[in-house]
Design a protein around this ligand. Structure first.
Ligand SMILES: Cc1cc2nc3c(=O)[nH]c(=O)nc-3n(C[C@H](O)[C@H](O)[C@H](O)COP(=O)(O)O)c2cc1C
Length: 160
């Protein structure tokens, strides 16, 4: 390979994405979530979406293991603090986070632009990540407004 890991990350950073938080509930009832920008649509019929989760992330064992149901929350530009909470190392403190239960009992974050309630459809090998494919069970169009964006390693806002 003629490029360094830094070069790879810098080039990937030229692709503008939205930001989402994937939430779930473990068998013991505890809530967990992770900030992602690897969300993508996969299939319209059946309705499939995906995200990839780092094998080193604390939540990897859940999403690749016992947590077969999850909610993908697409963040509004006013939810940068939520993105920061769910991307910080260690367990997330949920006390100040507004959420409601979706139809599968997963925590759906209030104030999000949209939410996809999913049952896990497949897990694929993605190198140092696992690719989690979700079968969408419920859709919610939430808050109107602009998305939180991520570009060049920084949060951005839509202009115009
Ligand atoms: C904007 C943004 C996008 C991210 N996208 C992903 C992603 O797609 N997959 C992933 O595994 N981690 C992603 N991360 C990193 C995780 O959010 C973070 O490493 C993780 O929550 C760290 O905590 P943990 O190891 O305690 O789980 C992203 C972080 C940010 C700020």
């Amino acid at each position: 390979m003629s490029f360094s890991p830094r070069d790879f990350r810098d080039c990937l950073g030229q692709f503008t994405t939205g930001v989402a938080v994937v939430t779930t509930r473990a068998k013991d009832g505890s809530k967990a979530g992770i900030t992602i920008n690897s969300f993508a649509s996969v299939s319209l019929d059946p309705a499939l979406v995906l995200f990839s989760v780092d094998a080193r992330a604390a939540t990897h064992a859940l999403f690749a293991g016992e947590c077969t149901e999850f909610c993908i929350n697409i963040l509004h530009q006013d939810q940068k603090n939520i993105s920061e909470l769910f991307s910080a190392p260690g367990q997330t403190e949920w006390d100040d986070i507004g959420y409601e239960s979706d139809s599968l009992g997963m925590p759906r974050l209030k104030g999000s632009l949209a939410a996809f309630t999913c049952k896990r459809h497949a897990i694929h090998d993605g190198g140092d990540h696992s690719i989690i494919v979700g079968h969408v069970q419920e859709l919610v169009m939430g808050q109107t407004g602009a998305p939180l964006l991520y570009y060049g390693g920084r949060y951005r806002a839509l202009e115009g």
